[in-house]
Design a protein around this ligand. Structure first.
Ligand code: B12
Length: 217
């Protein structure tokens, strides 16, 4: 099978919730020499997009969302060490506090961004999901963060990003940290509107933008 066919197969298997076959297909793609980040972005994430669309159309239900989420996470266990190998961990670029905002439990994309930043040389503090503005601020202060990175997948929780920025202002550290936001419903315009410093649409761009934010490239 060609690289394109292998990636397409992963996409299709995840989209069709063929859970048992996804991990094997991922391992096969790795054996074929496809970089982990391409397997994630062009295989798994594409498949996940289809799952989301089918859910929206009423063709899939919550059970399918859960199964696809779990499968993605299992595949990430195989891919995470490879992602770390593919990055350069030589110099420390800066400290990033990352989390999914309050009320939001989606963590797959956020965790990919966290792993990519770590493999690129950032020191990453991952606060997990459902993170309150106070928790973001507490951690940013504690570790003297350079960047606060927030993820939201629900239109209803995007507003929490603004609350975190307000909390950073209240704590008097807004000018000491850069704020980057992301997640499927988030846009560049929204970032501007709430006063964030940056937005990135995927994990590869997130690394580029974070390097720029700390003056690294
Ligand atoms: C898997 C999934 C779930 C899983 C999550 C499992 C987990 N551990 O994360 C479960 C089943 C738990 C779930 C629950 C729900 N979900 Co859901 N879910 C999804 C789904 C299908 C995929 C999300 C995903 O993981 N994508 C794959 C990753 C790789 O992509 P990503 O998250 O977008 O991340 C990339 C970029 O966005 C970016 N990025 C992400 N974070 C960050 C952060 C920074 C700083 C930067 C720079 C970049 C960045 O980089 C990532 C990598 O490239 C989406 C559909 C979709 N199209 O997004 C719906 C979706 C987000 N869910 C939805 C809904 C409605 C729900 C529920 C309310 C369902 C329900 N009735 O209970 C609950 C809410 C629970 C909660 N309180 O959070 C809706 C949201 C609609 C809306 N407009 O708000 C969606 C869009 C589905 C749909 N089309 O209707 N869900």
């Amino acid at each position: 099978m060609s690289e394109g066919e292998l990636l397409d197969r992963i996409k299709r298997l995840l989209a069709d919730i063929e859970i048992d076959k996804v991990k094997d297909a991922v391992e096969e793609a790795l054996k074929a020499g496809i970089p982990a980040i391409r397997i994630i972005e062009e295989g798994l994430a594409e498949g996940m997009r289809i799952v989301g669309d089918r859910f929206e159309k009423g063709e899939y239900f919550l059970a399918e969302l859960v199964a696809a989420g779990e499968t993605f996470k299992e595949a990430m266990e195989v891919l995470r060490p490879k992602l770390m190998e593919e990055g350069s961990t030589v110099k420390k670029l800066g400290k990033v506090v990352i989390g999914t905002v309050r009320g939001d439990l989606h963590d797959i994309g956020k965790s990919i961004v966290a792993t990519m930043l770590e493999s690129a040389g950032f020191e990453v503090y991952d606060l997990g999901v459902d993170v309150s503005p106070e928790e973001f601020v507490r951690k940013a202060k504690e570790v003297n963060a350079d960047i606060v990175a927030m993820s939201a997948l629900l239109t209803t929780t995007m507003i929490e990003m603004k609350n975190v920025i307000e909390e950073l202002k209240k704590a008097g550290i807004r000018d000491k940290v850069k704020v980057i936001i992301g997640g499927a419903p988030v846009t560049e315009e929204f970032a501007k509107e709430i006063g964030a410093d940056a937005y990135a649409e995927d994990a590869v761009k997130a690394v580029e933008v974070c390097k720029r934010l700390v003056g690294g490239s």
